[in-house]
Design a protein around this ligand. Structure first.
Ligand code: ZN
Length: 233
């Protein structure tokens, strides 16, 4: 029964790939969320560009051992290639966000193409995990008018970040990545990591050290939705 229901939803979504008719009505302003204001020592770890067959499982294992929930902004193209890892992310209790399908440069896409990237990834996430993602993070953090309009039409929340250790850079060692987070972190921050890419061995080592260090300083790790909920109180 649930399978038929999911099939029904997917079919409906696939039938309406064009921008919705209400596209010209501005129903709400999409404001990118970088962090939240809170006195509570909460931080959200986020991982972009996966799932990756090598590093996502290692990162999941590290998070599991430390009992740390995180949010994975996945690419639809990777989700389709590695459905078992998607299931694993979901089963482990982490949150899944939408990072578009191809990791294209959004400066070169039209509003319709950006919308399609988001919706196509929405289908991939739904197919592989049975859940609707609620949050979108544009590749490269690109925020053009077309990106804002497309996100508004999808109804997603637009999630940016406030701490970026640039862990994708091959010149950055684990200790450089870890120190960059340690120096800059504050309550309510959203930290940007990558589980897919070129330098994720360093990310993994940095993560182990960071979890220990931030915990010893009283920080608690939460998903993006838990962080946003804390900001409303
Ligand atoms: Zn990315």
């Amino acid at each position: 029964m649930r399978g038929w229901f999911t099939l029904f939803i997917v079919t409906c979504l696939l039938c309406s790939p064009a921008l919705p008719a209400e596209s010209k009505q501005k129903q709400r302003n999409v404001e990118p969320i970088h962090r939240i204001d809170t006195q509570r020592k909460l931080v959200a770890l986020t991982f972009d560009d996966g799932p990756d067959p090598t590093y996502t499982p290692l990162i999941l294992e590290t998070l599991h051992k430390a009992h740390v929930p995180a949010t994975f902004f996945v690419l639809g193209s990777q989700a389709d290639k590695y459905p078992q890892i998607m299931e694993w992310i979901k089963r482990a209790g982490h949150e899944i966000g939408n990072h578009g399908y191809h990791h294209y440069d959004l400066n070169k896409l039209t509003e319709q193409e950006i919308y399609d990237e988001i919706k196509r990834t929405e289908h991939s996430i739904l197919r592989t995990t049975g859940t609707f993602a609620q949050y979108y993070r544009p590749p490269g953090g690109v925020m053009t008018h077309d990106v804002l309009n497309a996100v508004q039409l999808t109804g997603y929340d637009l999630i940016h970040w406030s701490v970026d250790p640039r862990d994708w850079s091959l010149r950055r060692t684990a200790s450089v990545i870890a120190n960059s987070v340690k120096k800059n972190i504050a309550s309510g921050d959203i930290v940007l990591f990558h589980d897919g890419g070129l330098n994720q061995k360093q990310t993994l080592s940095a993560l182990r050290e960071l979890i220990r260090d931030l915990r010893s300083r009283g920080y608690r790790f939460v998903t993006v939705s838990q962080l946003l909920a804390a900001g409303k109180h």
